[in-house]
Design a protein around this ligand. Structure first.
Ligand code: CTP
Length: 399
């Protein structure tokens, strides 16, 4: 799908010089088949005329200045739209969005919107880099809004740097990409293993690892955002996951995870092995708590190998199923990942970095390299785990 045919879009415009680009953007939206309603703040009207925009949008522009009745429509408008995009978004509007301030029609529509909201900031370099703006960006992202990063270049102030609103063509591309992805996994079931496994030593002790399950959660959320169903086989974590399209199958040990994975794999179109599975478990689990014994300074716990869940699914895998693995390597990462790829029958493997700041266990960000057969690699920047999940799903859809 390369259009916005049938999509209802609210374009919110605030008072930044980049507002002049709104005319081009409205034209692109209309050309790609969208129905557009424009909402402007009062200061935006100083940069571009509502008449220009209403002519291009073929709809009256809502400014909330002249007509008090428009205010009563903000809820209706918020429910009407398939997406809202605020472009340009000033530092002032971002601050209001971050704090739920609602002193104009645009912020009222934003607060009422149940649809996804895209924010395309446009401001001067220093305003963009100011800690308060960056803090507000983090806040609005944590509410589930989507950021279309400003671009770098010459700014209206004469400064050169980041802050320039993304070009209208790029804004359009983001919207089209979003709606394309929204349906791309409809009818598909994705099995995900995530989190650590705990291997019991006795009733109160176990061998475990630091995996938080956050990457698996991000993957699950992104699969359902694309219309898919998830079976999430989840080791012990503190995560809260509650979505009707995500079935959680809680497990504790590698053996439990192994049984659950074998049981559910046949119904899966895709399986993603994101769990940090313990390679070994205690040979015997003591029935009672193991007590210290006087005079004994050392103790040995005998371990036996756990089954390899991924490799087993790799053997069961049918032609139309996709199997993705994860690897965490500290030496010769690509070579080692490639060996695992072949050994376990993965379509590709997600190589995790432990060396990069902000990547790995318990972080909300991750830096990955995808490794395909024949040593082919695709490297990505440090990103939020949600964005990493999108990159992984894009690669799965391109297989
Ligand atoms: N994996 C699995 N079952 C296991 C061990 C690993 O399903 N018993 C999966 C992981 O979820 C991951 C991939 O296999 O997707 C690679 O795991 P990793 O622990 O890095 O590989 P190992 O084969 O265990 O190699 P090593 O520990 O020697 O690095």
């Amino acid at each position: 799908m390369n259009t916005l045919a049938g999509k209802k879009i609210i374009l919110g415009i605030t008072g930044s010089i980049a507002a002049y680009k709104a005319a081009f953007f409205v034209r692109l939206l209309i050309k790609s088949g969208a129905t557009v309603k424009v909402v402007m703040t009062q200061s935006a009207t100083a940069f571009i005329s509502p008449l220009t925009l209403s002519t291009l949008a073929k709809n009256p522009v809502i400014t909330g200045i002249a007509d008090g009745d428009e205010w009563s429509n903000h809820v209706e408008l918020g429910l009407w739209a398939d997406a809202m995009i605020i472009a340009p978004a000033t530092a002032n509007t971002l601050a209001k969005m971050a704090n739920g301030i609602c002193d104009n029609i645009l912020n009222a529509v934003y607060l009422s919107a149940r649809c996804p909201v895209f924010i395309a900031p446009g401001m001067d370099l220093d305003m963009w880099t100011h800690p308060s703006t960056q803090g507000n960006i983090q806040k609005v992202l944590s509410y589930g809004n989507k950021l279309i990063e400003p671009e770098s270049g010459e700014l209206a102030s004469g400064l050169v740097g980041k802050g320039r609103m993304a070009e209208p063509e790029n804004l359009l591309k983001e919207l089209i990409d979003f709606f394309r992805k929204e349906q791309s996994l409809t009818g598909k079931t994705v099995l995900i293993t995530a989190g650590p496994t705990f291997e019991a030593i006795d009733p109160v002790r176990f061998i475990g690892n630091y995996s938080s399950g956050k990457m698996g959660k991000a993957l699950a959320e992104k699969v359902v955002a694309r219309g898919g169903q998830v079976k999430l086989i989840l080791g012990p974590t503190k995560l809260k996951i509650d979505h009707p399209a995500i079935e959680i199958i809680p497990v504790t040990s590698a053996l439990e995870m192994f049984e659950a994975a074998k049981k559910h794999f046949a119904q899966a179109d895709v399986a993603i092995m994101a769990a940090a599975v313990a390679d070994f478990r205690p040979k015997h689990t003591a029935k009672e708590k193991i007590k210290k014994k006087k005079g004994i300074e050392e103790m040995t716990i005998e371990l036996v190998k756990n089954p390899d869940i991924a490799a087993t699914l790799g053997q069961l895998k049918k032609k139309d199923q996709v199997l993705i693995g994860f690897a965490l390597e500290t030496e010769n990462p690509v070579e080692n990942a490639t060996r695992k790829l072949t050994k376990k029958g993965f379509d590709f493997i997600v190589l995790n970095s432990l060396k990069d700041k902000g990547a790995g266990f318990n972080h909300d960000t991750n830096k990955i390299t995808l490794v395909f057969e024949g040593n082919k690699t695709q490297e990505f920047q440090l990103k939020s785990k949600l964005d990493v999940a999108d990159d992984i799903l894009d690669a799965i859809e391109n297989i």
